[in-house]
Design a binder for this molecule. Structure first.
Ligand SMILES: Cc1cc2nc3c(=O)[nH]c(=O)nc-3n(C[C@H](O)[C@H](O)[C@H](O)COP(=O)(O)OP(=O)(O)OC[C@H]3O[C@@H](n4cnc5c(N)ncnc54)[C@H](O)[C@@H]3O)c2cc1C
Length: 485
């Protein structure tokens, strides 16, 4: 059932993840200076599910109870539209800057549940697990890629067989896994999904890496080792995004972690691991959430750069207008991908309606290339305004009078102008802004290999044929001549 922010925070307090920051165990992420911001942001998002203005968008009703809309099985285009309206509602609250809001992986879980037959003997484990997540409205994160030790070598050729996560043994109660995954964002989730991602090749010893499961983030032997914080607290005025949305990224270590059988979804089946995302529709649903999120993010950048140009009178210059128009074009392209993903949706073999793969592939391959340009446009339009940024405290100090005078703008008093530019800084130049760019470049996978996959999978034949016909190399098949005509 849809839970409240208080319930989320209480659960986290009682069962904190095994999370390490700068050599210390984080005992209570809800009060820790680095993790307090994100946990309370997520709590506010959960609370929205109970707010009469948002409840019907963010949740659906079944058997007299309300559940997260992102777990509504997609059977019709109306379902898809309800799902994406919910994605957008949450995304707008964080300007599309939160990658692991629970709807992201709920989209995957919903697809796995609807296509549970794919998992064969583990199908009921998948169904029961998703039902458990739905009933308790849990937040999940995931870790996919192996540690970046030697990319020139395959999974089975690393210096230690348990650098990638592999199964050490099977017991009556479950399996024991050892190794590490390179990255989990949002360690303060309730659950960790350990799904396959890297393409697994057949070969001696490869089977042990063919595994998928889910465990609570406080499971013994599991460790999230976090990077340095992008902002340790700070005021919402000075750090509008980093103080609220520091999701955190962690190396994720499995030191002989026990996974009970009921939490195992794939074991020893390489083909299943390699096909799980595409065949279950998880890929299309996950990317559907992403397309909506990137729409929200592009809208936020358009609003931001428009206000900035207006504020300093730069919108009078044709080249600035052209740059802002460029962002408009990108936004319209993203809207187009979103609309077509739903318009051309098709059911998969398990009767799950999946957003159109072509639109999804277009969006997820294009946005990583657009994003650095959007960021660059903000820098080009904002110029020194992006760096001459006193803090909130300066306004209350003896030099505050100077700020009022010299940092006023054509449309805004100094306090608001600095607030606007601080947001621009946090969206682009700050540690938070820089991470966002790296995130957009890579979070859905290595862009180089994603293009290669698209090249290999895309049906180019109809377009090649058109050129052949245009050049007169091949004739369009003529209608059959019916005998007697
Ligand atoms: C901010 C951020 C947050 C993230 N959050 C998560 C998360 O929550 N969960 C999660 O699972 N993952 C997460 N990721 C990881 C993301 O999935 C990976 O970054 C992505 O899959 C690329 O893998 P990699 O970083 O290991 O790069 P690598 O695979 O190590 O690539 C490094 C370089 O080598 C090249 N290269 C490597 N192998 C090949 C090859 N076979 N052929 C051609 N070129 C190759 C790449 O093109 C690239 O230039 C996150 C990443 C970032 C940056």
């Amino acid at each position: 059932m849809a839970r409240t922010g208080k319930q989320y925070l209480e659960a986290l307090r009682q069962n904190p993840p095994n999370l390490w920051h700068k050599g210390e165990k984080v005992e209570d992420p809800t009060t820790h200076p680095v993790f307090k911001g994100i946990t309370h942001t997520l709590a506010r998002m959960y609370d929205m599910q109970h707010d009469p203005h948002h409840r019907d968008v963010l949740t659906y009703e079944e058997g007299g109870k309300r559940y997260a809309m992102s777990l509504l099985p997609a059977r019709s285009k109306e379902d898809l539209a309800r799902r994406s309206t919910a994605y957008k509602r949450w995304a707008d609250t964080h300007l599309g800057m939160m990658g692991r809001s629970p709807d992201y992986l709920n989209a995957v879980l919903m697809a796995y549940e609807a296509s549970a037959e794919f998992f064969g003997e583990f199908a009921d484990n998948v169904r029961n697990y998703v039902q458990y997540v739905r009933e308790n409205d849990l937040s999940t994160t995931h870790c996919l890629t192996n540690p970046q030790v030697n990319r020139a070598k395959g999974t089975t050729e690393q210096p230690d067989p348990y650098i990638p996560v592999g199964v050490v043994k099977q017991t009556d109660g479950g399996i024991v896994v050892r190794g590490a995954r390179m990255l989990s964002t949002l360690p303060t989730a309730d659950e960790l999904l350990v799904f396959p991602s890297t393409l697994l090749k057949e070969g001696p010893g490869a089977d042990k890496y063919a595994v998928a499961f889910a465990i609570p983030t406080n499971t013994p032997g599991l460790h999230f080792i976090s990077r340095e914080a992008l902002a340790e607290g700070g005021s919402g005025y000075d750090y509008p995004l980093s103080s609220r949305l520091e999701e955190m990224d962690c190396l994720t270590v499995f030191d002989d972690v026990f996974v009970p059988w009921e939490r195992v979804f794939i074991l020893g089946d390489l083909a299943k691991c390699n096909n799980a995302y595409a065949e279950t529709g998880a890929l299309m649903h996950m990317a559907h959430q992403v397309v909506v999120l990137k729409n929200a993010k592009t809208e936020a950048f358009l609003g931001l750069v428009s206000l900035i140009a207006e504020a300093i009178g730069a919108d009078a210059f044709p080249h600035v207008q052209e740059k802002i128009a460029e962002v408009i074009v990108y936004l319209e392209a993203m809207k187009g991908f979103w609309a077509r993903a739903e318009r051309d949706a098709k059911p998969n073999q398990y009767d799950l309606l999946c957003p159109d793969r072509g639109a999804i592939d277009g969006a997820r391959n294009l946005f990583p290339r657009l994003y650095p340009r959007i960021r660059e446009i903000v820098e080009q339009v904002s110029a020194s305004g992006l760096i001459t940024l006193p803090s909130e405290a300066d306004f209350d100090s003896p030099v505050g009078q100077y700020l009022q005078k010299y940092l006023q703008s054509a449309t805004l008093p100094a306090h608001e102008r600095v607030q606007l530019f601080r947001l621009a800084w946090d969206m682009t130049l700050s540690g938070f802004g820089a991470r966002q760019e790296l995130y957009e470049r890579f979070f859905f996978g290595d862009p180089v290999r994603m293009y290669q996959t698209l090249f290999a999978a895309y049906d180019k034949e109809p377009y090649k044929q058109r050129i052949r016909e245009f050049l007169g190399w091949a004739r369009t098949p003529q209608p059959e001549v019916i005998a007697g005509d």
